[in-house]
Design a protein around this ligand. Structure first.
Ligand code: ZN
Length: 321
C-alpha cells in the first residue's frame, strides 16, 4: 500500500531529559528504500543535548500495519536463508553463547528473546546451549509467534510494552534484545519493563545500530542502512546506549562494535534504489547475497580493526540491586 498515509506521534527523549519534539538539527532525510511501504519522506534529527539521532516524527500505533509489511524479513521464515548465511550466523551465535556462559552461574538458565521472530535465535540456543536451559520469546507478529511456538518455544505474542508479562516477573537470567530497541517507541519504559522480568544479577544483551561509525557518517544524509526508514525510531552511540541502560537499573560491563555487513549492503541498496535507472542494480544489494556479505564483512572487519567502530554494537549489562 504505497499510498497509505503514515500518521505520527512526537518523539520522546529516551532519557526523559529534553523535549525531543523541539530538535531541529537535521542529520538526514529519506524514505523507505527497502520495502517501499510509503512514499513519504522522513527526517532524522539529532538531539544537541543527548547526542541521539531520532525520527523528527515517529509513526504512530495505527501506522504499524503500513510500515511493517507482511514480508518484513524479521517476521519471515528463516529457512529461506542461504545455507552459508545460516552456517555463519550459527557460528557467530555459538561464540556468543559461550560468552554469556562466562557471566552466568552453572545452573539451568532461563532465556528470553524479545522480538524472537520465528525462533531463529532460540533455535541456535536449543542446539548449542546446555539442554536444561529454558527458552522463551516475545514476538509482535502473530504468524512468526505461531511458527516459534510450533518449534516448541514458549512465546508471548504482542508488543513488549502492551503484552501482559505479569506471569514472567523476576523470571529470566538472560534477556536478549537484538536489533529491537531502535524500533521501540519509549526506549526508557522498555528497558524498565525488561528489568522487571529479570532475576537477581540477570544479564541483558542489547544489539542495535551505532551512529558513531564511518559508514553512518558517509551515508547519513540519506542512505545509511542503519536508518531503516521509517522503522528505526531512535539511534544510539555506545555512550548514549550505555546511559540508557545505566540510568534504568543496569550496569554495562561489555560494549563493543559488531560486524554489520547487512547495513553496508542496505546503504548501497538504498543509494541505487533512489535512482530510477539503477533499480536493477539495487536488487543485487540484498542481505542474502553471499559474495557481498563476504566483501562487506571483510571491509567492516578492517574498519573495526582500524577505527574500533562499526555501524552496529552490542552491549552486555547486569541488573543492579
Ligand atoms: Zn535529548
Amino acid at each position: 500500500m504505497p499510498d497509505a498515509e503514515v500518521t505520527t506521534d512526537p518523539p520522546i527523549c529516551p532519557f526523559a531529559a529534553c523535549n525531543a519534539a523541539d530538535n531541529r538539527d537535521v542529520v538526514g532525510r529519506g524514505r523507505d528504500f527497502l520495502y517501499g511501504t510509503t512514499a513519504e519522506e522522513t527526517e532524522i534529527v539529532r538531539c544537541p543535548t543527548c547526542g541521539i539521532w531520532h525520527l523528527a516524527a515517529v509513526p504512530d500505533e495505527r501506522s504499524m500495519a503500513i510500515i511493517y509489511p507482511p514480508n518484513y524479513y524479521a517476521f519471515s521464515d528463516s529457512t529461506a536463508e542461504p545455507r552459508l548465511v545460516k552456517l555463519v550466523r550459527d557460528r557467530l551465535e555459538r561464540a556468543k553463547i559461550r560468552r554469556y556462559r562466562q557471566h552466568l552461574p552453572e545452573r539451568p538458565i532461563r532465556v528470553l528473546d524479545i522480538g524472537c521472530g520465528d525462533g531463529r535465535l532460540l533455535d541456535i540456543f536449543r542446539r548449542h546451549a546446555p539442554k536444561d536451559w529454558e527458552l522463551s520469546g516475545i514476538e509482535i507478529s502473530g504468524a512468526a509467534a505461531e511458527a516459534a511456538r510450533a518449534k516448541g518455544f514458549e512465546v508471548l505474542r504482542g508488543d513488549l510494552m502492551a503484552v501482559d508479562t505479569s506471569a514472567w516477573e523476576g523470571r529470566f537470567d538472560l534477556v536478549l534484545m537484538h536489533q529491537v530497541i531502535e524500533h521501540v517507541r519509549e526506549s526508557r519504559r522498555a528497558v524498565r519493563k525488561v528489568r522487571t522480568l529479570m532475576g537477581e544479577g540477570g544479564i541483558f544483551s542489547v544489539e542495535t545500530p551505532s551512529t558513531d561509525a564511518w559508514d553512518a557518517r558517509l551515508f547519513r544524509r540519506r542512505y545509511w542502512g542503519g536508518y531503516h526508514l521509517p522503522r528505526h525510531f531512535y539511534l544510539f552511540t555506545k555512550e548514549s546506549l550505555a546511559r540508557l541502560l545505566n540510568e534504568n537499573g543496569f550496569e554495562v560491563f561489555i560494549s563493543q562494535p559488531i560486524l554489520s555487513p547487512v547495513l553496508w549492503i542496505h546503504s548501497f541498496h538504498n543509494a541505487f534504489a533512489d535512482h530510477a535507472g539503477l533499480k536493477g542494480v539495487a536488487r543485487w544489494f540484498h542481505q542474502h547475497n553471499v559474495p557481498l556479505l563476504g566483501l562487506f564483512t571483510a571491509l567492516d572487519g578492517l574498519l573495526i580493526a582500524v577505527t574500533g567502530k562499526s555501524s552496529n554494537q552490542r552491549m552486555l549489562a547486569r541488573k543492579t540491586d
